[in-house]
Design a protein around this ligand. Structure first.
Ligand SMILES: C[S@@+](CC[C@H](N)C(=O)[O-])C[C@H]1O[C@@H](n2cnc3c(N)ncnc32)[C@H](O)[C@@H]1O
Length: 229
């Protein structure tokens, strides 16, 4: 990881899968422009203007198919949720959920979360979610990992005191990696007091399809929560 605080790592991983179905394409053409965040490259993002009705704000980085984000948004209608995801098929799935459930409190960035993270104002978010970030298991790819000193520094800037950062992973090395960086980071404490606090899925932490597959394949997820102090 570069020492330059303005450094944004390159985006890795896939951004396209199978061709979009007609319905997904229509949602990308018609709904996405209405629920997109402003372009983060164009300057600071005003959360109050983006969510005039919201009293709190939250961010999900890499929402995959959007199941978790849609669930959280449906259960916290006073919170404005921003989700960032570069994978077009995932964005189309979230748009389907927004459309079907009539969710008015989600804004979407189809792209890399990191420029967005730098465009958000300090100390305004109550919650940040990073669920099952791409593990990049090879040592020479560690610098591609989302959880990093860069990320903890930004999360500390974005969260209000008492705000929470949730990270899930089903890869033991990534769990250790996250805990190591959390310990080294300034401004966070791990909320777990006993093993069950991170081994058992909290009731307000719905399972995504990705996680269900991990469990089916015999991998146990860890549910890590860090409080901004
Ligand atoms: C293993 S998937 C997990 C998806 C979802 N969070 C879940 O639990 O089902 C990791 C996701 O992170 C996304 N991702 C990777 N790099 C990203 C970045 N720089 N910004 C935002 N999302 C990113 C990927 O496209 C992928 O959808």
């Amino acid at each position: 990881m570069s020492a330059d605080p303005n450094y944004i790592p390159q985006l890795y991983g896939r951004s396209k899968g199978h061709a979009l179905r007609a319905r997904h394409q229509r949602l990308m053409d018609e709904l996405l422009p209405r629920v997109s965040t402003p372009d983060p490259q164009a300057g600071a993002i005003d959360l109050g203007a983006l969510f005039p009705q919201a009293s709190q704000f939250a961010l999900e980085v890499g929402f995959g198919g959007g199941e978790h984000l849609a669930w959280q948004a449906a259960h916290a209608p006073d919170t404005g949720f921003i989700g960032a995801e570069p994978f077009i098929n995932g964005v189309a799935k979230l748009l389907t959920l927004i459309d079907e459930q009539g969710l008015g409190n989600i804004r979407v960035l189809h792209g890399d979360a990191r420029p967005l993270i730098d465009a958000l104002p300090p100390a305004r978010l109550s919650r940040i979610f990073v669920l099952h970030p791409d593990p990049w298991p090879k040592k020479r790819h560690y610098k591609r990992r989302m959880i990093s000193p860069w990320f903890f520094q930004r999360a500390a800037r974005l969260l209000k005191p008492g705000g929470s950062l949730r990270v899930a992973s089903d890869i033991p090395d990534y769990v250790r990696w996250t805990l190591m960086h959390a310990r080294r980071a300034e401004g966070f404490e791990w909320t777990a007091e006993r093993a069950a606090d991170w081994k058992e899925r909290p009731a307000d932490w719905p399972r995504t399809r990705y996680e269900a597959k991990a469990v089916r394949e015999g991998r146990a997820p860890a549910y890590l929560e860090f409080r901004r102090i």
